[in-house]
Structures are given as C-alpha cells and as structure tokens.
Design a protein around this ligand. Structure first.
Ligand code: ACO
Length: 321
C-alpha cells in the first residue's frame, strides 16, 4: 500500500502587499526585491485572521476535490510554526471545525519544511496499514512575526495554506519515497527568539531574525541534496522528473540548483512572485496551482523539496495518480 494524493486545495488572504507598498515605509525598491528574490507581491492576513482560518478553507477544498467527507478522515496532520495557540494544535482546531469525528490530529513543527515532514509522517501511517485517509495541511501566517522595519526579512514572507488528502492505494501511484534532514547546529541562523518557554513574556524579540547569507548557503546545498537523495531512494534520477516543486523562498536559490542539476526551467513550478515565502504553505499552495494549471498529469513524477528553520530540509517523490 502507498499513500496517494486524491485531493488538493489552497487558500491565501485577500490583501496584496506589493514591493512598491513596502518601499513606502522602508529603504528598498521593487527592483532590489525582484532581482534578489523574484518576489513581486505577497498576501498578508488581517488581524482577525489566524493560521487555522486559512487552513480550514484549504482543507475543505482538498476534501471536496478528493470527494471525501470529513468523517472519512482517520488523521489530520498540520505543518505549521505559526499556530493559533501553543495548544490546542491547529490540527485539533481543524478536526473540530470540520467535524472530523474519527480523526486523530496533531501538528508538525519544521518551519518551511513542515509540509514535507507532515507528508512523510502521513505516508508512513498509510504504508504501515494503521490509517487509510489522511488530511495533510501546510499553513503559516509568518507576517504576524515580521519586524516591518527590518528590510532583510519583511520583504520575504507572505501568508497562506495548502492541503492534500491522501488515501491508501495499491494502483502503483503515490508517494514513492521520502527524505528528511535536520541541521540543528545552524538553528540560530533563523530563529524567533521570544514567546517560547525560554522567554514566555517575550522580553526578546517576537520577530523572525535571520542570517540571510547563511540560510541562502544552506538552502542551495540541501535543496540539491534532498532532490538527489529522494530520487535515489525511489530508484529514479533527475531525468525522470516531470515537475519539481521547490520551496518558494527565492528564485536565485531555485535557479542556482536547477542549473547545477541540469533540470530545465519548464520542469520547475515557481509562483513565489505572487506570494513570497509562505513557509509550510508554499509547496502545497504551488502544488494546488500546478494541478489547476494542468501541469501535472497521471503517471507524472513530481518532486516536492523544502528547506527552512531548524535548520531542516525534506523531499517527497510522488507518482501522480
Ligand atoms: N532592500 C534594499 N537593500 C537591502 C535590502 C532590501 N530589502 N535588504 C538588504 N539590503 C542591503 C543590505 O543592507 C546590504 O547593503 P550593504 O552592502 O550596504 O551592507 C546589501 O543590500 C546586500 O545585502 P545582503 O544581505 O548581502 O543581500 P543578499 O544578496 O544576501 O540578499 C536575502 C538578502 C534576499 C535575504 C538573501 O540572503 C536570501 O534570500 N537568503 C535566504 C533567505 C531565505 O530563503 N529564508 C527563508 C528560509 S525558509 C524558513 O524556514 C522561514
């Protein structure tokens, strides 16, 4: 039995913030942001919208496209690092809102690799036969943790959610391999210092702080490694890829890696120009758009490759149903 994707969905907030909008309040320009990152605009959740509000819409769309009802779900896993509360988890909030009475629910914390980690856990549950139908969501509202005066970070991030429904299948399709990695020694290069049990009163900053250059170097190194290693585990090679969906952080990271690997641009899905880096939502949001755009067909080999805070990385190789 393999875990195969039978439904996808996504959701972004309505409010668009362009590079020109940012240039009104910080010293930057549309030209600088576009050439250094590829980002043109991002979506920003309003004060009343939390991560679960975006996640529920993505989840409902994924269930509809899977033609399953919430009662069919055995498990809900949400990849997020911006949960509504420290507890209960976003997954439990979804379980309640969806009325998915049979489903167990928990969150996975691996920042921008959160969807790859959550998908890996879900596919293991299905492969070992204990669970049949699983909802996997990647959702984040990291703009709530941005210092809008720090031009090194506030230009990069946006909000969103993406979801897939997995089911057990023996038709040859599904998740062929998973690969995960963590380099905790580099954890302080991308960190939200305040608000955790080390600093519950947020005496330190509650904003994302990042060493952009170090994260860039890590990203370039592990994106390539994750693609090679996940393909190797599936007995495939780069020439077998029909579509690569990398974490949508920066097009310079993506372009550097695909050039080195000899992967043509037509085989890589990029939508970061519209959304910026939506953290755990970035890959399922891009997956949903790629499916809607008709870029993924039955039998295609699709590689999802993410990297992020932790520092973490992960990749999944999928044969599309
Ligand atoms: N507008 C204009 N100038 C800027 C801006 C800005 N927004 N930001 C920085 N600069 C300036 C700097 O001050 C610096 O000026 P100086 O030379 O006078 O000191 C100059 O531009 C170059 O700055 P660098 O930091 O060297 O710029 P770099 O080319 O490294 O780009 C960036 C910065 C875009 C952040 C890049 O390092 C990057 O993308 N890193 C990866 C970040 C990433 O992907 N993080 C997400 C990880 S996923 C997760 O889990 C959250």
């Amino acid at each position: 039995m393999r875990a195969t994707i039978i439904g996808v969905g996504s959701c972004v907030p309505e409010k668009i913030v362009t590079n020109d909008d940012l240039a009104k309040s910080i010293e930057t320009s549309d030209e600088w942001i576009r050439t250094r990152t590829g980002i043109k605009e991002r979506r920003v959740a309003d004060d009343g919208t939390s991560t679960s509000d975006l996640a529920i819409v993505a989840a409902e769309k994924a269930l509809k496209s899977a033609k399953l009802s919430p009662e069919d779900l055995d498990l809900i896993i949400v990849g997020t690092t911006s949960p509504d509360y420290l507890f209960p988890s976003v997954a439990c909030l979804l379980q309640n809102k969806l009325e998915a009475k049979k489903a167990a629910a928990f969150d996975v914390s691996a920042a921008c690799s959160g969807f790859n980690y959550a998908l890996t856990v879900a596919s293991s549950f299905i492969e070992n036969g204990t669970h049949k139908n699983i909802l996997v969501v990647g959702a984040d509202t990291l703009t709530k943790y941005l210092n809008w005066k720090d031009r090194g970070t506030c230009i990069l991030f946006g909000d969103g959610a993406g979801a897939v429904v997995l089911t057990a299948s023996d038709d040859g399709s599904g998740i062929l391999s998973n690969w995960l990695k963590a380099e905790g020694r580099l954890g302080d290069r991308l960190i939200m210092p305040g608000g955790g049990s080390r600093d519950p009163e947020q005496k330190n900053t509650r904003f994302i702080t990042m060493d952009g250059k170090e994260v860039f170097k890590f990203a370039v190194r592990v994106l390539e490694e994750s693609i090679y290693e996940s393909l190797k585990a599936a007995n495939l090679s780069v020439k077998d890829i029909d579509l690569l969906i990398p974490h949508q952080a920066n097009d310079r990271i993506i372009n550097h890696v695909i050039k080195k690997m000899g992967l043509p641009k037509e085989k890589v899905y990029v939508n970061l120009q519209k959304y910026g880096n939506t953290s755990a939502a970035s890959i399922p949001l891009a997956l949903d758009e790629a499916v809607s755009d008709g870029k993924i067909n039955k039998g295609n080999i699709v590689v999802l490759a993410g990297f992020g805070a932790g520092l973490t990385a992960g990749a999944n190789v999928i044969k599309w149903r």
